[in-house]
Structures are given as structure tokens and as C-alpha cells.
Design a protein around this ligand. Structure first.
Ligand SMILES: [Zn+2]
Ligand SMILES: [Zn+2]
Length: 396
């Protein structure tokens, strides 16, 4: 099948799906309306849809049950922010918006599913669709894994994608090895003992301890992390329980994150973070509790698979898209890491900028971000073309 031609024919459906999801954004793992919309479209295509986790969905396409299985994942959740795009189909839910573009991912995977279902007889194996909520909150992928997305049937490999309003339309960027950082969002609670600001010796100053802790954690990166690697440890919030100038706080809560591309380095730094917190707190007579709000591995792609997928992208998208010369690396994270550390995986980025030469001035996570909808048929065709090509090449 000429997936690109067919995707252009399906443009109205792609736009309808994307806009329907865009105007009714939901956040986190609880996305019942989004999930119901996607389920209805899949069932209308004749697919058997299974719930996976609270609002995740899976479905299988393909008749060769003894063939290989490729997992194709789209995240479907929005962000807790107010949309200011000015679009006629902008969010109708105050304080929630599809500013990361996951509505596009859902529409693209629905489009790919429609085409693959039409072409089901030609598939040398099966495609397992994974519509995943809770990417932004970092817990959706693992929830679906725990609910069995990687079993019955177990996929042999996986693919994911992301749109990019900061890249020109028609640009397809690819990754090589480590592509997204790991992300461990930590909450440190320094417990001291409050007392009068004029009599510091009668308490334990949690604020002073927290200040030393920020510097000690910075030094962890400066002196213990390999300088040839990219590691970031940031403390972005410090909140004292005292609001007065003359009361030492009972406790101080700090929030930050640790990011790295190397999963071994991550394990080492996390262990050291615990030690630095414990011993720095002890130095000042305080205690420090370390908790993690979310944790995810680095997304490390399978290099042979990524090379293979690049050839299908070129074949499928022809001269309507061009692959970047060099691989791309993102300092952000994607909880698809839960899959990439278990299965050989590929991932690509679909340019959704203003035109074929220019990005938009506002990109993902900005309240004014806009995605060029001409990226929809490209993304849908890319997914379908990669699926057919990969299944054929790995036929058992
Ligand atoms: Zn995002
Ligand atoms: Zn995203």
C-alpha cells in the first residue's frame, strides 16, 4: 500500500480525531473521555480493543499469529496548563491543554491503524497498538506494563514518536542510542527543630542545612559524575515551613530532578544522592527524608533497529520529508523508557513547524504552542510504513 497517498486521502479523519481530542484534554492516567473516543474509533475499524491499566488501550492488527509482533505506542494525555493558542478548536477545559502535542500522536496512530487494518492481509506479523495516558506524569507506561501490555502476545520490538513544533514541517529527526534523559523527580524534606531567630543554638536550623545540601548536591555532579557524560541535578524549589523573620523553620522541603543519559550512571548518582542527603543532614543535627515523585530510565534506542526504521521512513515518506543528517538528543524525558529498557526500540520526531523551512516561535509546553496539522498524514504514513517494513523483515 502507498501509505503516504492513503494518509492524504484520510486527512479529514486525521483532522477530526486530532481536533476532537485537542478540545477535550485530560491529564495523567485518568483520561476516560480520551480513552472512550479512541476506543470508539478503533472499534469502528473492526478492531477488538482491550483496556490496559486505568485508561490505556491496546488492540492487535494482523492475521499471522506465528509472525513477529511490533508494539506501536502513542501517548494521549495533556498538560495541566491554560491554552492560549487562539485556535478555534482550543481546549474547552480550563487549566488543561494539549500543549505537548499528544493529541497529534493519538490521531497519527489511529490513522496508521486504519491503514494497517485495510492492508491486514499483507502484514507478515502483528502490530500491537498502545494508547498510553500518564506520560507527562511519568507513571502511565509502567502502569500499562504492570497491566500486561508486554504480554499476550509479547512484542518483539517497539516504536514511538513525538511531534516537534520547533522543527520545520517535513523534517524527521531520529535518535541513536541514548535519546531522552532519565528523570528522577525528588522531594527532600529536611527536618530540623524550630526556635526563636535570636537563639539559634536552641534549635536545629533546617534552612541552613538545606542551603548546604544544595551545594553538596551540585558538587556531586561537579566531582563525581563523568565530565564526558551529560548529567544534570537541579533543585528548583525550596520551601520553608516558617513564614516569619524570627522563627527557625521546623522543616524545609526541596524539589528537584536528576537527569542523565546513562542508566548505570543514574543508579550510582541516585545512591550517592541518598548518602549526601543523609550525611549532610547529620552534619547539621537534622534529618533528611528522600522521596521520589516520579522516576524513569533514559530512553536508549536500539541502533540496528533505528537504522532499519530510517530506511522505511525514507521509502514511505519519499520527497515529502527528509531525515536529519545527525541523530538528535533531547534533555527532556519520555516514560516510553519503561518499554525501551525491556525491548529493542526505535523512535522518531516529526517536524510540525510553521512551514518547510521555519519552526514556530513557541514550542511544546508553551501555552501558545501550535502544531502544523500537515504533519498528521506524514506521521500516520510513517508509522504504518515502518510497521509493514519491519514485520516483513523479521518474518519468522
Ligand atoms: Zn511533554
Ligand atoms: Zn510529550
Amino acid at each position: 500500500m502507498d501509505y503516504l497517498k492513503r494518509a492524504h486521502e484520510l486527512n479529514e479523519t486525521l483532522l477530526r480525531d486530532r481536533r476532537a481530542l485537542h478540545s477535550h484534554p485530560e491529564t495523567g492516567c485518568e483520561v476516560p473521555q480520551t480513552s472512550a473516543y479512541i476506543r470508539a474509533q478503533l472499534e469502528e475499524m473492526g478492531l477488538e480493543v482491550k483496556a490496559c491499566g486505568r485508561c490505556g488501550l491496546t488492540a492487535l492488527i494482523g492475521k499471522k499469529e506465528d509472525g513477529p509482533v511490533l508494539l506501536m505506542r502513542a501517548d494521549i494525555d495533556a498538560l495541566p496548563m491554560q491554552e492560549e493558542s487562539g485556535l478555534p478548536f482550543a481546549s474547552q477545559t480550563p487549566g488543561k491543554a494539549h500543549c505537548c502535542g499528544h493529541d497529534n500522536h493519538a490521531a497519527m496512530l489511529l490513522g496508521a491503524a486504519r491503514m494497517l487494518k485495510e492492508n491486514e492481509d499483507a502484514l507478515a506479523g502483528r502490530v500491537k497498538l498502545m494508547f498510553q495516558p500518564g506520560e507527562e506524569t511519568g507513571d502511565g507506561c509502567l502502569e500499562m506494563i504492570e497491566a500486561g501490555v508486554l504480554e499476550n502476545p509479547a512484542p518483539d520490538a517497539a516504536m514511538g514518536l513525538h511531534v516537534d513544533a520547533g522543527a520545520p514541517l517535513g523534517q524527521i529527526a531520529w535518535g541513536q542510542g541514548p535519546t531522552f534523559c532519565s528523570n528522577d523527580i525528588f522531594i527532600l524534606t529536611v527536618q530540623g527543630q524550630s526556635c526563636h531567630g535570636a537563639r539559634p543554638h536552641q534549635g536545629k536550623d533546617a534552612l541552613n542545612c538545606a542551603a548546604h545540601l544544595v551545594l553538596a548536591l551540585e558538587t556531586l555532579i561537579a566531582r563525581e559524575a563523568d565530565p564526558s557524560q551529560t548529567d544534570i541535578l537541579t533543585v528548583c524549589s525550596i520551601e520553608s515551613s516558617s513564614k516569619a523573620f524570627n522563627i527557625f523553620p521546623e522543616n524545609v522541603v526541596m524539589k528537584g530532578s536528576l537527569r542523565t543519559y546513562n542508566n548505570d550512571q543514574r543508579d550510582y548518582l541516585l545512591a550517592r544522592l541518598q548518602e549526601v542527603c543523609e550525611y549532610t543532614a547529620k552534619t547539621f543535627g537534622c534529618q533528611c527524608q528522600v522521596e521520589f515523585e516520579a522516576s524513569m530510565n533514559a530512553v536508549v534506542l536500539d541502533e540496528p533497529m533505528e537504522e532499519e526504521i530510517k530506511s522505511y521512513l525514507r521509502e514511505t515518506l519519499k520527497d515529502e520529508a527528509h531525515l536529519t543528517e545527525k541523530p538528535i538528543r533531547k534533555m527532556g524525558s519520555d516514560d516510553f523508557a519503561g518499554v525501551t529498557c525491556r525491548l529493542p526500540s526505535a523512535y522518531f520526531f516529526v517536524g510540525a513547524g510553521a512551514d518547510r523551512e521555519h519552526p514556530y516561535p513557541y514550542i511544546q509546553h508553551n501555552s501558545k504552542v501550535v502544531f502544523n496539522e500537515e504533519c498528521l498524514p506524514l506521521g500516520a504514513a510513517a508509522l504504518a510504513g515502518c510497521a509493514e517494513g519491519w514485520l516483513k523483515n523479521h518474518a519468522k
